[in-house]
Design a protein around this ligand. Structure first.
Ligand code: HEC
Ligand code: HEC
Ligand code: HEC
Ligand code: HEC
Ligand code: HEC
Length: 203
């Protein structure tokens, strides 16, 4: 896994700017942004926030915050290995500002991403998983779970670039951050409905 040493200066600068006083270990975005959170929490109905990437997200998004401290979750692994903050992964500030326009702490919190996404480019940013395609393939060279009913075996890390029909597959389709680990093979069946990793052979 990547360690702190691989986190680029740019990312560190971003993290420091975004979150002065980040603690090591699995702790969610914290105390230095209390004012925005307090506003959300204490003035329940009235408080609408102006969203910014360095605000305290945890007062509202308690479920995702909890996964930053739960060692079985991808989010926590990222906190431990790379001191990742919410806004390191959720980088689409323009969309997120819009999404949060009338948001208050008492709203129903989202169960999945609807307007924004965590793009592969964000996962592969400098200092993160910015490794070659060959190194990516090597990480999963021994994974055999993607084997179809005809015995065709696919390396999970070759899937994204395999064909045009795979253009929308994301790292997070297989690597959940706030949920229990996804089963990589489950991501195939939505399209390869016949249990065969091909198209155009039957119809
Ligand atoms: C005042 C409460 C509040 C705070 C603070 C807050 N959020 Fe949200 N957030 C919400 C609500 C409510 C929604 C759902 C909005 C909707 O669907 O209309 C939401 C939606 C989201 C979504 C889903 C976007 C999508 O694609 O649909 C993400 C991601 C998100 N927030 C991240 C963050 C991050 C990161 C922070 C901190 C930098 C943050 N939020 C701070 C209340 C909050
Ligand atoms: C089709 C499913 C799939 C996709 C898409 C995918 N992965 Fe993976 N990845 C796996 C599987 C399966 C493993 C084996 C270990 C595991 O089960 O987590 C793995 C392992 C890894 C590991 C090593 C984890 C460790 O503990 O050693 C890293 C890092 C990784 N993937 C990053 C990525 C990134 C970054 C992307 C997007 C560019 C990506 N993966 C896309 C399925 C996938
Ligand atoms: C390591 C990257 C990463 C970090 C750190 C991270 N997220 Fe996420 N987030 C994701 C991904 C990827 C998804 C898509 C669903 C998934 O993978 O669980 C997501 C989904 C979400 C959603 C949609 C609802 C859901 O749970 O699926 C919200 C809201 C959200 N994140 C908020 C946050 C907040 C708040 C923090 C900080 C406490 C945070 N995220 C930290 C990557 C991250
Ligand atoms: C969003 C739909 C979609 C998903 C999800 C998907 N595929 Fe595909 N796949 C396609 C389409 C469509 C083709 C046919 C070629 C094309 O049009 O791009 C294809 C072709 C393939 C091929 C044949 C490639 C070739 O060179 O002919 C393999 C192997 C494959 N997919 C494996 C997988 C595996 C393994 C998964 C799950 C990790 C997966 N696919 C998930 C849509 C999908
Ligand atoms: C092993 C054979 C087989 C393969 C391979 C296969 N399909 Fe199918 N597909 C079928 C059968 C059988 C049906 C059902 C046809 C029906 O009920 O009219 C079907 C139906 C569908 C339908 C619904 C069509 C309709 O009019 O309702 C879609 C869409 C579809 N397949 C897409 C795909 C895609 C995309 C792939 C590749 C990712 C694929 N199929 C691969 C056998 C296959």
């Amino acid at each position: 896994m990547r360690g702190t040493t691989l986190v680029s200066k740019g990312v560190i600068a971003l993290l420091v700017a975004a979150f002065a006083g980040a603690a090591l270990g699995c702790s969610p975005q914290g105390p230095s942004q209390e004012s925005a959170g307090d506003r959300g929490q204490n003035q329940e109905s009235a408080a609408q926030v102006v969203w910014s990437p360095d605000m305290d997200c945890t007062t509202c998004h308690t479920e995702e915050a909890a996964t930053m401290e739960d060692g079985s979750m991808g989010a926590c692994v990222h906190v431990q290995e790379a001191q990742t903050e919410c806004s390191t992964c959720h980088v689409d500030s323009a969309t997120l500002s819009e999404v949060h326009q009338d948001a208050t702490a008492t709203d129903v919190m989202p169960k999945k991403l609807k307007e924004s996404s965590v793009e592969p480019a964000t996962c592969q940013a400098a200092g993160c998983h910015d490794v070659s395609a060959d190194d990516m393939l090597a990480l999963t060279a021994d994974v055999t779970e993607l084997t179809d009913s005809q015995g065709t075996q696919v390396n999970p890390h070759e899937v994204m670039g395999l064909t045009a029909g795979h253009a929308d597959i994301l790292c997070s389709d297989c690597h959940s951050m706030h949920k229990a680990k996804a089963n990589a093979a489950d991501t195939c069946v939505s399209c390869h409905h016949a249990g065969v990793y091909e198209c155009n052979t039957c119809h």
